[in-house]
Write a protein that binds this ligand. Sequence first.
Ligand code: GLN
Ligand code: ZN
Length: 752
Amino acid sequence: MIKVATIGYPRIGPKRELKKALEQFWKGEIQENELQNVAKDLRKKNWQTQKDNGVDLISSNDFSFYDHVLDAICLLGAVPKRYKWDGNEVNLKTYFAMARGSQTAELDVPALEMTKWFDTNYHYLVPELSKDQNFKLSSNKPFAEYEEAKAAGYNTKPIILGPLSFLLLAKGIDGNKTINLLSKILPVYKDIIKKFSELGAEWIQIDEPILVKDLDTDVVSQIKNTLNELKAAAGKSKILVATYFEDLNEDVKQEVFGSNVDAIHLDLVRGTKNKNYVKNSNKQLSLGVVDGRNVWKSNLQEKIDFIKSNISNDVIISSSCPLLHTPYDLDLEQKVPAEIKRWLSFSKQKLQELNVIKNVIDNNSHQEELNKNTADVQDRKTSKLIHDDKVKDRIKTINKSITERKSSYVERAKIQKGIFGLPKFPTTTIGSFPQTTDVRQARAKFKRGELDEKSYNKFLEDKTIDAIRKQEEMGIDVIVHGEFERNDMVEYFGEQLNGFTFTSSGFVQSYGSRCVKPPIIFGNVSRPNPMTVRWSKFAQEQTKQIVKGMLTGPITILQWSFVRDDQPRKYTAQEIGFAIRDEVEDLEKNGIRMIQIDEPALREGLPLKRKDWKEYLNWSVDCFKISAAVVKNETQIHTHMCYAEFEDIIDSIAALDADVISIETSRSRMELLTTFEKFKYPNEIGPGVYDIHSPRVPSADEMKQLIQKASKLIDPTRIWVNPDCGLKTRAWPETIDALSKMVLAAKELRKI
Ligand code: GLN
Ligand code: ZN
C-alpha cells in the first residue's frame, strides 16, 4: 500500500497573499489579528488543496511568518540577548525584530544574520548560540497549528526542524562548537514530541537535511542516539526523519537506518546513492520521487517502475524535498506558451503526479492520467523548441583556444596600463545606480503599454546621462552606465536569449516576504541579437572617460533560473557561456574597452558534497572563460562577486583569469583578505570598501584604513577602490555622499 505525503508545502500564498499581508502589517496598515487571519486562511487552503489532490499525510507547521529556522529559534527559546526577550512565549514583535531588526526607542537592534539554505536560493536566519546557551520550550505555534488543522478535520503530520540541523546550521558566538549543546537541547525536543504525541499526532516529521552533508565523525557518532531519544519520547506517534537535497553518505546511512525511528525520507532525485538504500530496507521509507526543486513534469512510468521493482511492502511517496522551492499552481499560469506549459508541474500538480503513481500501482487505475503524462514527457523529448543543433555543435568545439586569453595576465596588464593611463588606486562602481521610483514607474508603464518605446528610451537615456555626469563630477575613474534599463540582472538577459521562458505565477520564496520568479530554461540557449550594446555604446558616446560594459555571467544566470533537467547543467551553462561570449565580442567591436561579467552566484552553485566540488569548479570556471576569453589583450575583463564565503574557492576565482575582480569584503572588515596571506591573488582586485546594504555612510578615513589594510597583503599597484556591490537599492543622496568620500580616500592614498 502506498501513502502520499507532503513533506512541506509552499507558504507565501498562491497569489503571494502572505507577502502582501506582512508588508501591510509592517507598515502599520493592518493589525496583528488581520495578519493572523490571512495566515489562518492560507493554512486552511493548503490543507484543503492537499486533501483534494489525494494526499494521505498532510503537513502542519510548514507555515511560517518569515522563516522556519526562526520559528525553531522561538520554539526552543534561543532568542539572542540583544532582542531583550522577556522569556515568555515569543511574540510577533520579538519575532520580527530578529527577522528584520528594530529601530524603536525601546529596541534598536539589527536583524539576525541571513544565509543561504543549503544550495537553494532560499535564505534562513542564522541562530546564534553561546557556550552556556539554555533552551526552553517558548512557542506554542506548532501545537496551535496542529490543533487548528484538527479542528478543520485534518489529523496532520507536524514538521519540526531537527536538533542536529538546528545546531549545525547555527553559529557559535563565542567560538564554541554548537553540536556540544546537543545534550542541552534534546530535553526540549523530547518535550515537543511528547506534546504532539499527547495531542494525538499519528506521524511527526523531524527535518534533518544536514544529514546529507559530509559530517565529522564526532557528529556521525551521535546520530543514532539522538534519533533514539526522539523516538523514545514519541509514545504512540511515529517518527519520520526527513533528509533531502542529496544522498546520505554511507556512514550516516548506517546510523539513521540503525536507529529506532519509524520511517526515513530519502531524496531520490538528487544524487544517485540513495536509490541503493531502497531495496530490502529494514525501515519504512518515504521516497522523494518527484522533484521538489524544479518545475518539470516527472516521467511517471519511470517512477512507477522503480517503485514496483524495489518495494514490496508499505511505502510513502512524496516530493524529493519540501515544495517550498516550487511555485504553487500551474493552473494560475497565464504567460508560459501552451506548448511549454504542457511540460511543467508546480506544487499542486506534483501532488497530482504522486496520486497517479499511487493509484496506478495500488489499484491499476488512473491509466488515462498516466497516458497523458507519458505523452507530455515524450512531446518534450522530441520538441523542435528544445533542440538547436547549431548550439549543441558549438559546445563540442570547446578547447583552449576558446577558454584562454591571447596572452598571460602579466603581459595583458602591461599593455592595459599603457593604454588606459589610470591613476594608482583607480575608483569604480559595481554597475547599478539607484533604481528610484521614477525608474520603476517608467518601466511598469512601458510594460503596460502606457509609455511608448521612444519615450521610454528617451527617459532611460536621460537617466544614463545624469548618472554619467554625476560620476564625472565625483571624480570616479571608470564609469558605468547605471543599469536603469534592467529590472533584474538575470531576467534582463533571459528575456533576450533563446531557450528561456517566463511565468506570470512562478514565484518562490527567497526570504521573509521576498519572492523571486526565476526564468525557466527549457531549450538550447543562444543569443539572437546584441543585448546590451545599445546602452553601453550610448553611454560611451557621452563621455571621454572609460565606460565599463556590464554583463551577468553564465553561472549566475544558470543558478538563478529553473534549469532544464534533460541534459547536464554543465551543458546548459556552456551554452549560456557562448551567448555571453557573443555579447562580449560585440561590445568590444563597438568600442567598449572594459567589460565586467558578474558572477555573484559562483559560490552558491558549489555542490553540497566536497567530492563533487572539483568537477563543478572546473566546468563553471571554464564557462566564465568561454564568455570572457574572446577579447583582445587590450580589452580589460572585470568580474564581481559578493556575499558568500570565498575562502574555499579562492583558487578557482583566480583561475577565472579576469584582469580585475571587485569583491565584497567590508562587512567582515576585510576578513577575506586574510585568505590572501596564504594565497597570493595574481591579478588586480577591488576589495569592497563599503557595505551597500546599509544606508550608513562611512567616513573617508574608514575607507582609507581598509585600503591600507589591503595594501599590506596585495601589491598596491594592483588594488582598485569600489563599493561592495551595485547601488540599485540605495538613494542618490547617500550614494553621492559615500562615493565622494570613497574618491577622496583614494586620492589621499595616491599622495602617500
Ligand atoms: N552589476 C550588478 C549591479 O551592480 C551586480 C549585482 C550583484 O552582484 N548582485 O547591480
Ligand atoms: Zn554584488
